[in-house]
Write a protein that binds this ligand. Structure first.
Ligand SMILES: Nc1ncnc2c1ncn2[C@@H]1O[C@H](COP(=O)(O)OP(=O)(O)OP(=O)(O)O)[C@@H](O)[C@H]1O
Ligand SMILES: [Mg+2]
Length: 365
């Protein structure tokens, strides 16, 4: 396997930047998920690495070679796409063998590689079948197998699970993770599903508008999102974001709402607020860190319940706080009703503060 380095990678289509100065290093054996909303440049970035489209500027290094000008077939990569396009007339064995025959390998070597890959993916018993005689998940495994037999330096996968139903997707998610662990493979995996990324990847690269927003382990991205975009993209339900103003009240820094309530900040949060570029601040909190009270409590702020969604072991509540919707999770034993007034208590050690002008996370200076 090999490492992959992207240096100031740029791809433009006319005046549109599909990828803008993307720089990142995928270490040897690492599983990196490229995530972001539709049109943010994920497929473009992957296709640049694959060599399927020419780069506008920048460098791509695979292993110890700059591959900018190499054909896809010379880059030592294998791709798995969303529509995995198996050859319908060929058996599973022939589907796996085909890329090796193209490379003119000896018959015995082809057979050995196909059988090895089939074993890893648990499809040995399916080798004589045609693709139409397989389930979606089995077809997906054959598509993985076809990449695997080529023994590439890097696997590139573009939404390989998005054609599968929800249950199969969860199952294949663990299988691809297992595939990665067993092979120690270097994998770049594109998905718009942040949950897929969080559960499978060693690192996630969050993109928006062609720009790499954050590149870190899923846990760090979740705990310390660098800006409001990343904060709202990663995590489900999304982190609630409430635009407020910062003010000084009796010598304390507080968050003030237009409705008149104020929330005193802890010393650590007040130090973060001191770095604001204006009075505008955005309070961010994840559902599990907000406590809901049915009566007024010191330090809690008033909100009005909007929707209540029991899911069995957790009830999700949406409430209006100032003019924003806030997500809260509750044990099912707590009963609340739409339009009820409630009080929300924020865990000051776990709230996020963002600059209302720049949308960047505030850090203590
Ligand atoms: N051949 C092309 N010509 C012009 N614009 C393109 C072309 N391919 C992609 N784009 C534009 O580049 C941007 C990035 O597209 P890309 O396909 O990389 O997005 P994506 O993140 O993979 O989205 P999705 O999740 O929908 O697959 C989009 O604005 C898209 O419209
Ligand atoms: Mg895409």
């Amino acid at each position: 396997m090999a490492q992959v380095v992207l240096k100031d990678l740029v791809k433009t289509y006319g005046s549109v930047y599909a990828a803008k100065d993307v720089s990142l290093t995928v270490n040897d054996g690492e599983f990196v998920a490229l995530v972001g909303p539709s049109g943010c440049g994920k497929t473009t970035t992957l296709n640049l690495v694959a060599g399927l489209i020419p780069i506008t500027s920048g460098d791509i290094v695979i292993g110890d070679r700059i591959v900018n000008d190499l054909d896809p077939k010379d880059r030592d990569i294998a791709m798995v796409f969303q529509n995995y396009a198996l050859y319908p007339q060929k058996s599973v064995f022939q589907n796996l063998a085909f890329p090796l025959q193209m490379r003119k390998l000896a018959k015995e070597e082809i057979e050995r590689k196909v059988l090895d890959a089939a074993k890893v993916l648990d499809i040995t018993h399916l080798l004589e079948r045609k693709p139409r005689e397989l389930s979606g998940g089995q077809q997906q495994r054959v598509a993985l197998g076809r990449a695997l037999v080529r023994d590439p330096a890097v696997f590139l996968m573009d939404e390989p699970l998005s054609n599968l139903d929800a249950k199969l997707r969860v199952q294949m998610r663990s299988e691809i993770k297992r595939f990665h662990q067993d092979l120690n493979a270097t994998i770049i995996y594109v998905t718009h599903d942040q949950l897929e990324a969080v559960t499978m990847a060693d690192k996630m690269a969050v993109m928006n508008g062609g720009l790499l927003q954050q590149y870190d382990s899923p846990a760090n991205v979740f705990a310390n999102p660098v800006n409001m975009f990343v904060a709202s993209f990663v995590g489900s339900p999304a982190m609630s974001l409430v635009p407020l103003e910062v003010a000084n009240q009796d010598g304390r820094t507080v968050l003030k709402s237009p409705e008149g309530w104020s929330l005193p900040l802890s010393d650590a949060n007040a130090r973060k607020a001191a770095t604001l570029t204006s009075r505008k601040v955005v309070l961010g909190a994840r559902h599990s860190t907000i406590k809901l009270h049915k009566g007024q409590v010191e330090g809690a702020v008033p909100a009005k319940v909007y929707t209540v969604e029991p899911t069995g072991d957790i009830t999700f509540v949406q409430a209006f706080l100032s003019s924003s919707i806030v997500n809260i999770s509750l044990p099912p034993s707590v009963q609340v009703a739409p339009d009820e007034m409630v009080w929300l208590e924020f865990d000051q050690d776990r709230i996020h503060l963002f600059d209302g002008e720049t949308e960047m996370a505030l850090r203590a200076s």
